[in-house]
Design a binder for this molecule. Structure first.
Ligand SMILES: C[S@@+](CC[C@H](N)C(=O)[O-])C[C@H]1O[C@@H](n2cnc3c(N)ncnc32)[C@H](O)[C@@H]1O
Length: 251
């Protein structure tokens, strides 16, 4: 677990406001080098259900936006994980800035690896990298310091779904994203159906791409994925989904 008060690694930070369900947070971010909270972060906050006393894991916390938000809810404790050390540092600083550092523990590492053995959550927010390497880098959403979802965008999300059942309390809820077209959503859903009995689509939105963005994406996506990026009105757009998964099959 990261401790407060270590020497700062990230110096080029700025404060930016972000409106999430129920609150507006000023967050330290580092545009250009670290992941920037975005519309998907807001959509997660819109649909994640936190009940009084819940333990929450925020896996893929980035600079801590959803961990800090979850700590402002009636949760008991929030455990936030990210492999990027600089993300973890800003997540801690953001928790301190919002007076919730006593409720947020930040760990550097992959998925559930750094969490204490046996610790389970009622809520797992799984906003991990779910965009294929090509478009993630070409669109500038992922700097070279931040891992993407691999060749087809599914690597991290699939590992998260496969491991989550060992980390959920009975009755617990996992939330995970799918970027249809920018990742192989069918492959993710096949694994999700294997691992969970109940899957509810909580978010289904289209994000338009500019002509320039579409050209970039078209150059680096295999045809099978590119064909899922559709014309919506006058623009090409990709489909962003967030699922709530409950009742693990235990497999
Ligand atoms: C789409 S960003 C979301 C960040 C944050 N939740 C937000 O809304 O700004 C995905 C995050 O997943 C993290 N990530 C990538 N691989 C991971 C892994 N194996 N375990 C945990 N987090 C991972 C990335 O470093 C990045 O911060």
């Amino acid at each position: 677990m990261l401790e407060h008060g270590h020497k700062a690694l990230v110096e080029d930070v700025e404060l930016r406001p972000i409106k999430l369900r129920g609150c507006e947070l000023d967050l330290y971010v580092a545009p250009g080098s670290l992941f920037l909270p975005n519309a998907v972060s807001r959509l997660f906050a819109k649909v994640v259900e936190i009940r009084p006393g819940d333990i929450v894991f925020d896996i893929g916390t980035g600079t801590g936006v959803l961990a800090v938000w979850a700590a402002t809810q009636p949760s008991q404790q929030v455990h936030a994980v990210d492999p990027v050390k600089e993300h973890c540092e800003l997540a801690l600083r953001n928790a301190t800035r919002h007076g919730v550092a006593d409720k947020v523990n930040v760990y550097q590492g992959s998925l559930f690896d750094p969490l204490p053995l046996g610790l389970r959550a009622e809520v797992i927010i799984g906003d991990v990298s779910g965009i294929a390497d090509g478009p993630g880098r070409a669109l500038g959403w992922y700097s070279s310091d931040v891992p993407t979802g691999g060749g087809d965008g599914t690597e991290v999300v699939i590992d998260l779904i496969r491991q989550a059942h060992r980390r959920l309390q009975p009755g617990g809820r996992l939330y995970f994203p799918i970027a249809v077209g920018l990742s192989d959503g069918d492959k993710v859903m096949a694994v999700a159906r294997e691992c969970f009995t109940n899957l509810v689509k909580k978010v289904d939105v289209w994000f338009p791409l500019s002509d320039e963005e579409y050209d970039l994406v078209a150059c680096c996506l295999p045809p099978a994925l590119l064909s899922k990026i559709c014309q919506r009105g006058s623009r090409m757009a990709w489909n962003g989904l967030i699922y709530e998964a409950t009742k693990p099959t235990g497999g």
